[in-house]
Every structure is written in C-alpha cells, then in structure tokens.
Ligand binder design. Sequence first.
Ligand code: ATP
Ligand code: MG
Length: 431
Amino acid sequence: MAEQHQNIVWKYADSDMAAGSAEVIRTLHDHGYEAYWVGGCVRDEYMGRQVSDMDITTSALPEVTCSIFPRVIPTGIKHGTVTVLVNGQSFEVTTYRIESGYEDHRRPAQVVFVSEVEEDLRRRDFTMNAMALGIGGSWVDPYDGRRDIDLRIIRCVGDATVRFREDALRMIRCIRFASIFGFSIAKDTWKGILAVRDTLPWIAIERIRAELDKMMAGPDPLRGLGLLKKSGLYTRMKIPFPYAMKDPVIINAIPAMDSSHLDIRWAMLILGFDIPGSEAEKLLREWTFSNQRKAMISGLLSFQEAWFSGERGNDIEADRLLWIQLVLKHGAKTAESWLCMHEAVNTTGKQHIDQNSLVQARRWLEEMPVQSLKDLTLTGNEILQALNRRGGPWMGKVLQQLLFQTAAGLFPNERDRLIEEAKQVIEHEEE
Ligand code: ATP
Ligand code: MG
C-alpha cells in the first residue's frame, strides 16, 4: 500500500527523531491500532518552527503498547502514557483519552480511554495544539487549528470559560504561547481569562514557573509580561510577582539578552522590578527555582548592588583594584554574566554603565592571572608547612590577601614567591 511506503517528510524535526517516531507509529499500525503524531510537534511543523519532541497518540491501551514494544517505561500508565524507547530515542505514546472531574481547577480526577482520535483532541487546550498528523500526511484537525495558525490566533478548544475553569494553568499557557509566537488571543478566549482568573491561586507555582521559563526564553517576553499585567493574572498567582516597572531601561533590554542565558533574563526582570536582594532570594525560593539557579540569579543581583555602592572614577588603578575585589568576591562567572547583561542593555541605545567602562572591566577580567583560590600555586597546607605554624583563622586571611594580590598582578603566581609573601603578611599582622 502506498500509505505504508510514503511517509511524510518532516522539515523541522531531526531526521532520526522523525524516523524513530514513524517506526513507533508503523508498529502500532501493524498490530491493528491507530496512531498519530499529536500536539506541539504537529503545530511546530506546520508553523515552520524547530520541533523539539514528538508525541504520539494511539487507540492502543497502555498495557497493549507495553506488550508491543520491547523497551518501554510505564511513565504515567494510569493516565495512558507510556514512554517507548527505540534506537536510543524515547517517545511518549498516550492512549486516546478524555478527562473528567477536574478538582480545584487543576488536573482531572479521572481519565477515560476512548476509541476516536477526535475525542482525544477535544480535551486539548488550544486549536493549534489539538491537531493530529498521520504517517502518510493525513491531518485530523477538527477545530481548524491550521486556520487559526494562519490567522495567528490562540483560541481555546470549546468554551473558553469552561476550559479555563477546568484547568487554570491553561490561562498562563495561553499567554505563554501568545508571547512566544507573537499571536493575538481570540476575543472569547481573552474574555474567558478575565472571567476565570480568580482560580489561578489553585495552580502550583512550579507549573506556572515552567510556563514562564518558556515565555522568558522566547523572542518577546515583554509581550507576555504585558499580557500578564493586562489580564490581572500577575496579582492572582499563589505567590504574586511584585510587578512594578521601576527600571524600564533594564526591562526593555531583556529581549536583547541572548535567550540561552535565561537566568540573566530573570535577573534583569528582578532588577527592573527593583526587588531588593534579600526579598529576591525569598521570592526565588517560593517560586521553586533550583538552588543552582537561585545562586546564579542572586549572585548577579549582589554584583550589581556592590558595583553601584562602590566609589569609582577618581583613579584608574583604584577602579581596577575595586573591580578585581568584586570579581573575587562574587566569582568570575558572575562577573562575566554581569558584563553580558550590561552589554545587552547598551545595545538598546540606553545604558546604566557606559560602554568604555564595560570594555575596560572586561579587559581587566580577562587579564586576571588567577580568579579563585584553586588557581594559586600554593595551598593552605603548604603554607602551614613552610611557615611551621598551626592552622587557624589567620590562614583564610592570608590566602585571601595572596589571592587578591596575585589576581591584581602585583606579583607572579609562583610558589616560592607566594611563600615569601605569606611570611610578610604574617609578620605584618604580628607587628
Ligand atoms: P512545547 O512546544 O512548549 O512543549 P506543547 O504544546 O508541546 O508546547 P506540552 O506541555 O508539551 O506543550 O503539551 C503537549 C500537548 O498536550 C499540548 O500540545 C496540548 O495538546 C496538550 N496539553 C498540555 N497541557 C495541557 C493542558 N493544561 N490542558 C489541555 N491540554 C494540554
Ligand atoms: Mg511539548
């Protein structure tokens, strides 16, 4: 049969991923079941966006999928989802299902497996996400998702008020998609948000953050931020984000910051809202940022605070030493991020730090022969041996001083020289 041999060619998906997922679909067909690509991958291919992962929907029950494929992980078997592993890749294969009994405006209490793909598509959030594509290129698009994509509109499947009431996270997803794609929001869908927005506190912050991460990494986070404000969703999150455009210069520069540095973008938002460091840390924790991300963002905020609290501009050498102290205190990585942030700001034609200072500071950073204690050719133990002394708090001080002076290029990073300097520091202390 032609259908079996003429698979559609995916233009925007990795070819191995397309081939692997096609093999899964074909295998399900061979066992007598229906199967389609569905959701985000179908939407992205139609829109000409890079496809990140390929989900499959099928008439086969989860136990059947498990028995057909030799390597599976029963990821969410109760909800019908099985992860199928083929050729070192993994695909989520989910049985056609409908959902019911949404409790507290989030996840459904029950899922019921059904036999028609159209029924499965009805539970999905937006028309553009409710499309399925067959292996031979046949479309199942009962809600005209392709038309809405052509019109650049986000529209709920069915009655928006009902759909948002079922799962309040969809309101945030709506704004996330509008922001990433630059689409508008259908009138009824927008009205639905306004009608249902008070249910947002039921949604776990972690799920909201995951959506906002995608929004912040997109091409136009400012549009999403504006929609969150306009819809009133900001103030209705379980942990509200203290929205206040205190510093539009830095906020307007967010899109200019390379999107691969997502946490620098978050730091810019926090700076732009003028949230003080201690409050920011609490907020990031409540917003379920990982410790690593929290440290990265807070580090940048402290760096900024320290820069503006230092006095400079009188003497270039004093400025240089101040900069080196800052770098050692906060780490070279943070300093690098801080430079990138202000370089992004400066591309917008506005600035907080003049370009010459940035160029200068970057040069100083690059010229530092050591950036942390581990770069020194001398360890604490070696100092103890050489000086024949017992350890104590003095040691930390000596090391910091050696580090600073070496980093500033005041003497070379050589073991014997460092020992001499250490002796001098101690004698000095004891005088
Ligand atoms: P992305 O490209 O960012 O992954 P996506 O549309 O694939 O976007 P996912 O969260 O991966 O988003 O969800 C996959 C599909 O599951 C969606 O395309 C949609 O059909 C459906 N879906 C996801 N979340 C919801 C929800 N809260 N309500 C209804 N359907 C949803
Ligand atoms: Mg997806």
